[in-house]
Design a protein around this ligand. Sequence first.
Ligand SMILES: CC(C)(COP(=O)(O)OP(=O)(O)OC[C@H]1O[C@@H](n2cnc3c(N)ncnc32)[C@H](O)[C@@H]1OP(=O)(O)O)[C@@H](O)C(=O)NCCC(=O)NCCS
Length: 150
Amino acid sequence: MDVSTMRTRLMKADDFEAVVGIDTKVLGSSRPDYYEMRFEKLFGSRYYLPVSLVTEKEDGTVVGFVMGEIYMGQYGIFQEEATLDTIGVDPDYQKLGIGENLINEFVEHLRTLGVRRIHTLVGLDEPKLMRFFSANQFGPSSTIALERNL
Ligand SMILES: CC(C)(COP(=O)(O)OP(=O)(O)OC[C@H]1O[C@@H](n2cnc3c(N)ncnc32)[C@H](O)[C@@H]1OP(=O)(O)O)[C@@H](O)C(=O)NCCC(=O)NCCS
């Protein structure tokens, strides 16, 4: 598979179906409601800068995506921290470096915007994803997520 002909670009609202399709293939179940909420927030609010990316083949087929957020604040006060909420690469195109390239482009884009730190969450029961983030220079943060069952 020739990844050199693929390109990574900013995500558009029209990428909704492709993103949901990849997520469904990756997770084995569909969650369009979650993405509807995410797309509405990212493309319908002027308080969020466009930072999410997709990688597409030469024919325009989307094979991977990374979604994140920087909240601009009501008075345009810029945050130096951003979140990486979801990353997904079509299983037919995994292990080709597309995930790493998405992370690198995401990081470079955020760096040019002045972001100094990116937060993400990975479940302890997701060792593959943990290894991927660790290989891409993400480490444990200095805060611990707490929860209480009700
Ligand atoms: C994690 C994920 C994004 C990685 O995407 P990817 O495109 O396969 O990532 P990369 O190709 O950059 O790296 C993956 C592995 O392939 C290896 N690799 C990269 N290029 C390679 C190549 N040309 N040949 C062989 N191996 C290669 C990497 O070293 C890495 O190895 P590792 O598994 O030991 O860490 C993908 O597996 C995925 O979508 N997983 C599901 C994510 C998920 O659950 N998302 C929802 C919550 S955030």
